[in-house]
Design a binder for this molecule. Structure first.
Ligand SMILES: [Zn+2]
Length: 256
């Protein structure tokens, strides 16, 4: 078993120490080419977060393509560096990245984002919402629920539990038509739970259906992550019918 460091503990470590963390990628900058006298290197910055905090991680060379926003990884043998009096992490040739189950809730401050936050108004073209059931004991992801059986066994810790008592969260990916073309955004569970549009919905199907019924929505973004969403309530202009952009969420959602 690897022992993981927490991100908040990195600030107490010395530079050039090696750490292993399990973290989720929250943001990623475009790759950048750096030239030295002898060779040219590619680097990209990402922001990674776990339940204790977030930190900037500089990736070098081939690993850049391997690391995707919104995925969680076990990141082995990263080097602690210092930049502007802040600790950051850097990959090296010893580093290894292994994709793992979504680590769930992370502590992420938007101001650590690599990009300015922005707001877009978008048409949702498609939605993919997934249910994540977390084990009541170890909090890891449970296998898919079989509705014929009222209990489920965790494959990680072996605990059997009632389906009614497991904590369910959702993660949602939407493809939108924006002024800059088709873009994919991620809606974290806390945004799904707090937005007027989707709060109170109790299945992934309902969330997908509800989002696709919105004519247009306004998204606040931190890079590819939605931090807030609401139905677009543009004043009705010209000869358009006022229904074209209702600010009322649908009252009921029927699922077939
Ligand atoms: Zn478990």
């Amino acid at each position: 078993m690897d022992t993981c460091d927490t991100i908040d503990s990195v600030s107490k470590l010395n530079t050039f120490q090696k750490v292993t963390i399990k973290a989720k990628v929250m943001d990623k900058s475009p790759p950048e080419q750096l030239s030295t006298k002898s060779k040219s290197l590619t680097k990209a910055d990402v922001v990674v977060a776990d339940s204790t905090g977030s930190i900037k991680l500089t990736l070098w060379e081939q690993v850049i393509e391997q690391i995707e926003v919104s995925k969680s990884y076990l990141m082995k043998s990263l080097t602690v560096r210092e930049f502007d009096n802040n600790k950051i992490l850097s990959s090296s040739q010893d580093s290894a990245f292994e994709e793992v189950d979504d680590i769930g809730h992370v502590k992420f401050e938007n101001q650590k984002s690599l990009h300015d936050s922005m707001t877009v108004t978008a048409d949702i073209l498609s939605v993919n919402c997934q249910t994540i059931n977390n084990c009541v004991s170890c909090r890891k992801n449970l296998p898919p629920v079989n509705s014929d059986i009222p209990t489920i066994k965790c494959l990680h810790c072996g605990i059997r539990q009632r389906i009614a008592s497991i904590a369910t969260s959702y993660k949602c990916e939407i493809v939108c038509n924006t002024q800059k073309g088709h873009k994919t955004f991620f809606i974290p569970n806390r945004v799904l739970q707090s937005s007027d549009i989707t709060a109170g919905l109790t299945s992934a199907d309902q969330i997908e259906d509800c989002l696709l019924q919105q004519p247009k929505i306004t998204l606040s973004l931190s890079n590819a992550f939605v931090t807030h969403m609401q139905t677009c309530n543009m004043p009705s202009t010209s000869d358009d019918t006022t229904d074209s952009c209702s600010s009322e969420p649908p009252k009921s959602v029927s699922i077939v």
